[in-house]
Design a protein around this ligand. Structure first.
Ligand SMILES: Cc1cc2nc3c(=O)[nH]c(=O)nc-3n(C[C@H](O)[C@H](O)[C@H](O)COP(=O)(O)OP(=O)(O)OC[C@H]3O[C@@H](n4cnc5c(N)ncnc54)[C@H](O)[C@@H]3O)c2cc1C
Length: 360
């Protein structure tokens, strides 16, 4: 049922509220393909839409769930909150400085299309982040990262609307408090965070000049060795990243999934030495602060989970870090599988795996 363009009274002229839909299936709006129904869903195309919704007596005071492309969410049940589907569009170059191009993007733009667009415009720098599903507005939420690069490395600032006051704020990188798959937008209010409290409308990225390739990642080093290209250009890196990802990760259009289901755990050097003593092959990477990042996929595989299923939710055959919908899975089945994996990894290694997607 749609109540499109209903109006609310404001001083002066009546103004149309954004499109509001009721009892809408979210199955096609999440990359896992999980069943869930939004009691109320509003499509937001600009900041004024958010403010009008906040002033609307039907949704103003209700809890809100911000939805982008649904590629980092697990619907374990129907959301009780009003769902705000972000559809703010727009791409433009806002500054051309000697040291960088600054581009501004609407939060509803497709991340991958933006990566391809910037390359096409002659503003490289995002190629390592090609083919990450989802929207621009969600990219800062978990500080997306891949192939040796994180959003934080290319971030300038963003605009977000406070979902209580309706005020727009501009935040720089420091205010976003980026971490590994983390930012102020993923932390809840008890930790001083903004999870569920604001809706990002625009993101500005800084693409450094002159362009420098980021080639430290093992898979890219392998490609360089295989092809004999010691100095690939940005377009080549973009194509390599797309090809590597297509070979490794299931396409959500074919098999429902949310990418990596767990964060790679970070442990002290001492804890890592302990584990290496018992499991010498464990895959680990040193961090700049002396701690060690362990490959969560390796830990899950070592516990024998690759290819296994619980109900209709399963562990992807080619990458144990990815949980998949084998057809008709519910969010509850995915969560049950995730818990069983967490328990066995904890039982064997004493490490608690933390989910990367947001569980609703
Ligand atoms: C096959 C596959 C591969 C993936 N590979 C990677 C990878 O390499 N690296 C990586 O980091 N991630 C990866 N992901 C995860 C996912 O693509 C990213 O986290 C992406 O940024 C999520 O975007 P989205 O628009 O789908 O967000 P959603 O799933 O819609 O939302 C995710 C979270 O962000 C919040 N949110 C969304 N939009 C906004 C907004 N405008 N304002 C405020 N909050 C918002 C939501 O409330 C929710 O909490 C992968 C996922 C899949 C399915």
């Amino acid at each position: 049922m749609n109540t499109t363009g209903s109006s609310i009274e404001r001083p002066g002229v009546p103004v149309a509220t954004p499109t509001i839909e009721h009892d809408l299936s979210l199955r096609d709006l999440n990359s896992f393909g999980l069943p869930a129904v939004a009691r109320t869903l509003a499509r937001v195309t600009n900041e004024a839409d958010v403010r009008r919704l906040l002033a609307d007596p039907r949704c103003g005071a209700a809890p809100k769930l911000v939805l982008g492309g649904g590629s980092n969410l697990v619907f374990s049940r129907d959301p009780q909150a009003v769902v705000l589907k972000v559809e703010v569009m727009g791409r433009r170059l806002v500054a051309e400085r000697p040291e960088a191009w600054i581009v501004e993007l609407g939060a509803g733009e497709s991340w991958h299309e933006v990566v391809a667009w910037t390359l096409g415009q002659g503003w490289p720098g995002l190629e390592n982040l090609a083919l990450i599903p989802g929207t621009v507005g969600a990219a800062p939420v978990q500080n997306i990262g891949a192939y040796g690069l994180e959003l934080a490395d290319r971030f300038e600032s963003l605009d977000a609307v406070d979902l209580v006051t309706g005020r727009t704020v501009t935040l720089d990188a420091r205010a976003c408090a980026f971490g590994y798959r983390d930012s102020i937008f993923k932390r809840d209010a008890r930790e001083g965070g903004l999870a569920g409290k604001s809706l990002i409308t625009r993101v500005r990225l800084r693409l450094p000049r002159p362009w420098q390739p980021v080639l430290g990642y093992l898979d890219l080093e392998r490609r360089m060795a295989e092809t004999g290209q010691a100095a690939p250009d940005a377009r080549t890196i973009f194509e390599w990243v797309c090809a590597i990802r297509r070979a490794k990760l299931p396409d959500p259009a074919q098999i429902g999934n949310a990418g990596s289901f767990f964060k790679n755990p970070i442990v002290s050097a001492e804890q890592c030495r302990d584990i290496i003593g018992r499991d010498p092959e464990i895959v680990h990477y040193p961090m700049p602060d002396g701690r060690m990042k362990l490959a969560a996929g390796w830990l899950i595989d070592a516990c024998g989970w690759k290819g296994k299923s619980v109900g209709r939710a399963g562990v992807y055959e080619r990458q144990a870090l990815v949980l998949v919908n084998r057809g008709g899975a519910t969010g509850a089945e995915v969560v049950t599988l995730a818990r069983a994996i967490q328990e066995s990894v904890y039982g064997r290694f004493g490490i608690r795996l933390e989910p990367e997607p947001v569980i609703v």
